[in-house]
Design a protein around this ligand. Structure first.
Ligand code: GRF
Length: 202
């Protein structure tokens, strides 16, 4: 079993998808849910599922950013999953967890990523671009954020959508398949990292 820490800031539907995946139940244990916002629904969901929650925001159970790497090591965390976490991960964590931090992005990177590209901003940009497909990307995190090595992507047809919210809905659905899939691959040691290209092994 691999110890997983999930970082969240909002709704928590990806956290829910991880916790409800029957395959993952046998492979990983979510040891901590960490948020910058103690009021977020994702945090509430974690608490309801008896998962320890930690706050890197300003309220109780606070963990200082500079202590985060040591803290995660003390919990024996093997994989960090960013599932809608809006803050930057400190460099010490990135250095200590090389190729062990993954993020889910609600578009097909390298398009529609980078600064300001989160939440509905992404789907509005995709909509305004006239793109006929969108999708989700799971990638490793490095210092350049949305530019980390791509692990897996899944696309969805959006050629008939009438507004950005429809894109968001379709993409979210595939996020809930893609993220548990990648975590499973990680847990089974089936992600092979070769310079800039990542292969998924069977
Ligand atoms: C998802 O769209 C994810 O791709 C992005 O933030 C959103 C989080 O949604 N990084 P949820 O909190 O998991 O419902």
């Amino acid at each position: 079993m691999i110890g997983v820490a999930v970082f969240v800031s909002g709704r928590g539907s990806n956290l829910e998808a991880i916790l409800n995946s029957p395959k993952l139940k046998k492979l990983v244990i979510v040891k901590a849910v960490i948020s910058d916002n103690a009021e977020c629904p994702a945090f509430e969901y974690a608490k309801k599922n008896s998962i320890d929650t930690y706050n890197v925001g300003k309220q109780e159970n606070f963990i200082h950013y500079s202590d985060l790497a040591e803290f995660l090591k003390s919990l024996d965390i093997g994989l960090i999953v960013l599932a809608g976490f809006l803050k930057m991960i400190p460099e010490t964590v990135i250095k200590n967890f090389n190729n062990r931090i993954i993020n889910i992005h609600p578009a097909l990177l390298p398009s529609f990523g980078g600064k300001g590209m989160y939440g509905m901003n992404v789907h509005k940009a995709v909509y305004n671009s006239g793109a006929k497909v969108s999708g989700a990307t799971v990638h490793f995190i490095d210092e350049a954020y949305d530019e980390g090595k791509i692990i897996a992507q899944k696309k969805v047809d959006i050629s008939d959508v009438k507004f950005p919210e429809q894109i968001a809905e379709r993409v979210l659905k595939i996020e809930h398949e893609l993220l548990p899939f990648v975590i499973e691959k990680f847990a089974r040691n089936q992600i092979s990292v070769k310079k800039n290209r990542i292969m998924l092994l069977r």
